[in-house]
Design a protein around this ligand. Structure first.
Ligand code: ACM
Length: 679
């Protein structure tokens, strides 16, 4: 039975937060423009639908609709009409669509099948979240063409069924690329017929978790041996994944790492490294022609399996340590006139690009492929901040923005003590959502080269499928909205509510998203604006104990700006010291009565950030003669926890100058503090 629910008729114009929509559509990503009435059309139990397109599209859309609504039937004039047109008013992207709904039914138009598919995702979410499709008009198209998620299946292996399950989820939220990081030290994950040792040996290791393997010798073992952990996709698995994804308008982008992150290859085939020794090298020998023979043979099979226009060739974090002494690499540099090892890496990338282009495909590389000169047609995936992407764009190349501070979803999304161990950092949903891939100052010409955005799930600390889903959802939905919706229709508070609905949906469908509704939030101290005697006063750093440039925060003003840091040492508020510890003097401008002096420290042992073992607080009136108020000796206990502790003095004294000294317990260890509070 077709039912139309009549509610109060009210014209709603959804234009984002500034106009405070009365009842915005509860879907992700937020459409471009909605003119809706407070009245919904409910599809009947046996929906009749009509498709008007070429034969193949009709067939494929009909199949998809019948998979969604098993009792649906094709009809001459259905309640759901899908139409492919040469042109659709107000739509410029082939992924765009319009939906017009009234008492007669729902009418979708697009210029392509993917547009119809995305319109159906809008409709499905409306049905799930609103009970039906609101009367009125939705006009929608993506902001960026590339909207991706990366799964690292090397550090831990996630099988074919897991990948297929994630394709269902990301395509619901209109993401269209799944980048598989298929190769890395921790395991090679794809069958290559020509090189069987890649999957008979380099895909298996002696320890289940990456951390245990990394810390205990990093050995590979034979497939089938008792201790073997790992796995790989057979070529049939890949064909199945690619075909499944294509039906959901998701392209699988394969990544084969080169010239670095290749310990597993160089242990299986040591003749491809500079020293020919297994377990010694991460970088291919670029002087050896066999390296190119191997890479081209592997890429030929990859290109055969993956129809993606783009093949990701890695390019990040080469150590380049053997190339300066390797006779073959040195010979290559002389013969090719390469002045340094960056140019040697660039030689490899250029040559591989020529090969990939000769097969009709394009390369993507991490932003290090800029070093030594960018290959002519390469697209950059910008991860070390945004600079690489912006440099590439300025040089006329496309860039996919994936900066670690907004897009690395392996970081904690909530208070670390409430979550399983992660790599570190603190990247809550709100921060992911706040990312704008196009800097405000960028010209509109250059902005066209920002191809899109991607969320990356590196898996060093993600050992299980459940954990991977918890890290992915709902943060990947923020990436989906950053990639699809124009900034004018974005609003975090509104998005958060929609994401809570999405979390409930995903839970019902058997996913394990993070429980956003019960988020703890940032370190409470970080949300307080402090008032104290030292705010804005002059801080002088002992020249033997400078803050580290990489963790300068707001430099000389950091320790007296009234702002304390959050869960993450890298949040631009904590200041880091490594050499000489901390030794600063604060000048209060005049003698003050002081009853408290203290500073917070953080400890997280993995990146070598420790509590101080000695803190000395002294005061002076002339900045020459100091009176020690306290000398705190602290026993540093190393554990896995992220902890915070205040080291301070309480009492009563009068002084103008305050000297705060802290020493790390550990040679080469870091100290991080955020504010020296003086009351
Ligand atoms: C990377 O995170 N090394 C691309």
């Amino acid at each position: 039975m077709k039912r139309t629910a009549y509610l109060l008729t009210l014209l709603l114009i959804v234009t984002g937060c500034t106009k405070e929509p009365v009842a915005p559509l509860n879907i992700i990503p937020m459409p471009q423009s909605c003119q809706l009435q407070n009245k919904i059309f409910e599809l009947s139990e046996n929906p009749q639908f009509t498709v008007s397109a070429d034969e193949n599209t009709c067939k494929s859309i009909a199949e998809y609709i019948c998979s969604l609504f098993p009792t649906a039937n094709l009809a001459a004039e259905g309640e759901l009409t899908l139409q492919i047109l040469e042109q659709v008013e107000n739509i410029t992207s082939p992924e765009g669509y319009t939906i017009k709904t009234d008492g007669n039914g729902i009418k979708i138009c697009s210029t392509s099948e993917s547009g119809l598919f995305y319109a159906l995702q809008t409709i499905l979410q409306c049905i799930d979240n609103e009970g039906g499709v609101p009367y009125g008009t939705i006009i929608d198209e993506p902001r960026f063409a590339y909207r991706g998620m990366m799964l690292d299946v090397s550090r831990h292996f996630f099988d074919k069924d897991f990948v297929i399950k994630q394709i269902d989820a990301i395509s619901r939220y209109k993401m269209n690329r799944l980048h598989l990081h298929l190769t890395d030290a921790a395991g090679w994950r794809i069958e290559i017929k020509k090189y069987p040792r890649l999957t008979q040996f380099a895909a298996w290791r002696h320890a289940e978790t990456w951390k245990e393997w990394w810390n205990s010798g990093r050995k590979y073992v034979d497939e089938g041996s008792a201790e073997a952990y790992g796995g790989y996709y057979t070529q049939d698995d890949i064909r199945e994944i690619v075909a499944y994804a294509a039906k959901r308008h998701v392209t699988i982008v394969p990544e084969i790492e080169m010239p670095a992150h290749s310990e597993e290859v160089l242990t299986a085939y040591p003749e491809l490294s500079c020293t020919h020794e297994p377990y010694k090298q991460a970088d291919f020998c670029i002087g050896n022609e066999k390296t190119f023979e191997f890479l081209e043979n592997v890429l030929s099979e990859i290109i055969e399996l993956f129809p993606s226009e783009y093949i990701h060739i890695g390019g990040d974090e080469a150590e380049k340590k053997s190339w300066p002494t390797c006779p073959l690499c040195q010979k290559r540099m002389r013969e090719e006139g390469l002045k340094d090892v960056d140019e040697l890496q660039s030689y490899l990338i250029h040559r591989i690009e020529r090969f990939v282009n000769s097969k009709g495909r394009q390369i993507i590389g991490w932003d290090e492929i800029l070093d030594g000169g960018l290959a002519p047609n390469a697209t950059i995936m910008s991860w070390r901040g945004t600079e690489g992407g912006l440099t590439a764009v300025a040089a006329g190349h496309k860039a996919i923005m994936s900066p670690g501070t907004f897009c690395y979803l392996d970081q904690y999304q909530d208070a670390p003590h409430t979550l399983p161990e992660a790599i570190g950092g603190y990247l809550p949903l709100k921060k992911v959502y706040s990312y704008n891939p196009v800097p405000e100052e960028m010209s509109s010409e250059n902005a066209k080269l920002i191809y899109g955005v991607q969320g990356n799930l590196w898996a060093e600390y993600i050992p299980t499928p459940e954990h991977m889903e918890m890290m992915a959802y709902p943060r990947i939905l923020a990436i989906a909205e950053v990639g699809w919706s124009q900034p004018e229709v974005k609003c975090y508070d509104n998005f958060r509510n929609r994401a809570i609905t999405a979390v409930e949906y995903l839970q019902k469908k058997g996913y394990n998203p993070f429980d956003l509704a019960n988020e703890t939030g940032n370190r409470p101290e970080a949300d307080e604006q402090l008032q104290h005697l030292a705010i804005g006063k002059k801080v002088t750093y002992n020249e033997n104990a400078p803050y580290h440039e990489s963790y300068a925060a707001s430099k000389e003003t950091t320790l007296v700006d009234g702002i304390r840091g959050g869960w993450n040492n890298n949040d631009g508020i904590w200041q880091g010291f490594v050499k000489g510890g901390i030794d600063v003097v604060i000048d209060l401008d005049k003698e003050e009565t002081i009853t408290f002096i203290g500073a917070d420290f953080m400890q997280i042992c993995n990146p070598w950030i420790f509590m101080p073992c000695d803190v000395i607080i002294s005061v002076s009136n002339d900045n020459k003669e100091y009176t020690q108020l306290t000398h705190i000796k602290h026993e540093v206990i190393k554990d896995d926890a992220l902890t915070f502790k205040n080291f301070g003095w309480q009492g009563e004294t009068k002084a103008r100058y305050i000297r705060y000294e802290a020493k790390s317990s550990c040679e080469g260890g870091w100290l991080f503090t955020d504010e020296i509070v003086v009351k």
